[in-house]
Write a protein that binds this ligand. Structure first.
Ligand SMILES: N[C@@H](CCC(=O)N[C@@H](CS)C(=O)NCC(=O)O)C(=O)O
Length: 202
């Protein structure tokens, strides 16, 4: 959200194993991301994204039509069901039997939603907030597949979604912010070993 709108910012990584008190003061839930601007503090990705889109109206990333905006939210909600199985599959010491099936069961409706839209991006002909909300987890799918090959997201099961991944890879803001697969694998492996490398990228 910051990159496509060219919003000047500083990123602060947080050690989520040893959360600093100043971090917990800002978000009592103890989760990233947090957005801080002067004396204003926000958390929850969608809340931060909405705020940024409203306060920085250049390159608007949400549709003006309320119904369409609501439908986009449903897609983000649908995709959020992928998160639990993703973490179980990728970060589990032994991959629970059902986790991979649950992962694919959760991703199937996302493929269907994109097929129904019939556009290169969930948001239409160009990248929108709905796409940016789905991207950060998707960016780690190759790393997951490297660790657990049954979890691969293939073009035969997900023709639209894999094409979307390709399209997202061409978006300048995504290219600017993305981490490559070896970096994700490194982070996952250090997490599994109980010592997540929260300094990566610094
Ligand atoms: N609903 C929250 C979820 C945020 C969240 O779960 N963040 C994770 C990292 S991706 C986190 O900070 N977890 C806290 C922890 O690991 O203790 C949002 O969308 O911002």
């Amino acid at each position: 959200m910051l990159a496509p709108k060219n919003i000047e910012h500083e990123t602060v990584n947080i050690d989520l194993k040893q959360k600093p008190s100043w971090f917990l003061d800002r978000n009592p839930n103890g989760a990233v991301p947090i957005l801080e601007q002067d004396d204003k503090v926000l958390y929850e990705s969608l809340v931060c994204a909405d705020y940024l889109d409203e306060v920085y109206p250049n390159n608007k990333l949400t549709p003006s039509d309320p119904y369409r905006r609501a439908r986009d939210r449903i897609i983000v909600e649908l995709f959020s069901k992928v998160m639990g199985p993703f973490y179980k599959t990728t970060y589990g010491k032994d991959v629970p039997k059902d986790a991979i099936k649950e992962f694919h069961d959760a991703l199937d409706p996302v493929e269907k939603a994109l097929a129904e839209r019939g556009t290169p991006f969930f948001g239409g002909s160009s990248v929108q907030m709905v796409d940016l909300m789905i991207w950060p987890l998707t960016e780690r799918f190759d790393a997951m597949a490297q660790l657990v090959k049954e979890a691969r997201v293939t073009a035969d099961r997900y023709p639209k979604f894999t094409k979307w991944i390709e399209n997202m890879g061409k978006v300048p803001a995504v290219q600017k912010c993305r981490w490559d697969t070896p970096t994700h694998v490194h982070f996952i492996e250090t997490s599994k070993a109980g010592k997540p490398d929260y300094d990566f990228g610094l």
